[in-house]
Ligand binder design. Sequence first.
Ligand code: DLL
Length: 433
Amino acid sequence: MKKYWNEKFETMPVEQLQEFQAQKLRETVAWLYERVPFYKQKLDEKGVKPEDIRTLDDIRHLPFTVKNDLRDNYPFGLCAVPMKDLVRVHASSGTTGKPITGPYTAEDKAQWQECMARTLWAQGVRPDDICQNAYGMGLFTGGLGFYLGVEAIGSCLVPTGSGMTERQIMLMQDFGSTVLFCTPTYALTIAEKADQMGVDLRKLPLRVGSFGAEPWTVEMRKEIEERMGITAHEAYGLTEMMGPGVGFSCEAYRLHLNEDHVYPEIVDPTTLEPVPLGEKGELVFTALQRRAMPLLRYRTRDITSLRRVECDCGRTLVVMDKILGRSDDMLIISGVNVFPSQVESVIMEFEEMEPLYQIRVFKKGHLDGMKVEAEAKPAVYAQGKEALEELARRISARIHAVIGIHAPVEIVPQGSIARSEGKAKRVIDERKK
Ligand code: DLL
């Protein structure tokens, strides 16, 4: 069977790929200039004409797009095609205000399907697999995005959607699901519920997971692999670019970006200047082949870095490091920048702990303070107050050593931390009260 879904693009020599990207960039800028007043005005203001964009380096002359531009032009003000040309509209799961819309033409949907097929194929999904899709099935791009990938490959789809965890486990057993799609924190919720039901997931046919939609650490991946007896792969994406399918982990656990569809840059979030490969900054994407709502230099707020590596899998597509977090989720504690994922890494070093935690942020004088609440394994919790306080002190000391901040830790009773069925909420902000 073929090794790559799309060998040509997944293994294209970088120079050739960059020529292709430059061509698609020119086409996209021209497409937007003619059709989207917002972009015409932005380019005119900068004195840039589509014909000025010749090479990939010229992308520096293009304006950035931010989330508020999408909100201000809600729902379809940035659309380059009439509604009659749309075949699908998704929207972000944003909790406040108006959502971000993701409209697709038939061509956009076909490209999304291609990117999802690459994702699943790279992760070992084959036609005889039974794929239980426990991502939210609706406006969220997760559920219907993975569905497209499964359909392209021709495996069997079980569209459970998220939630009703006991039933997920029952169906997993009865149908013999071999692949699971959901957020990493929902995978943990499923694993915990299976334990409570006395079901050993490691004995089931389940062998692969494709998890994403929220930050998770390598330690968390190993925990899921161990508890489910599977290989835990990763999917990355955002509504504004297509949904999942923007990036996928390969057999070497490296996350490759579908660079022929999305052109990535990393910029310094304050100066907006590009940073060199390997350095951390804000991830910015330009859509290269979309028709309905291609965005130029969209600031994702995700903090990560990019690398050109010779990957063992043979793909030449650029590699993205794990997302540290979103710049909006970054906490500043006593002058130190902290992402919840860093706290997660420390907690997961402790065998006594469950991967269940939350961070409370509060006002401490003029500064912000934080407290970590986390659950221990039931047998550890049963050891009583003194042992737990000692464990909490050790974790707190380790947080100080690794991250450089003072954060008290409390080991809370089992069930205190809300179980996630989608994107977990890690930070409880008490500053606004
Ligand atoms: O979460 C799309 C998706 C669905 C990706 C299913 C993967 C799997 P949004 O709801 O628009 O879209 O949220 C996008 O989620 O900017 C990141 O902050 C975060 N995110 C997505 N995937 C990952 C990941 C979907 N693998 C936002 N690691 C993005 C870390 C992720 N963060």
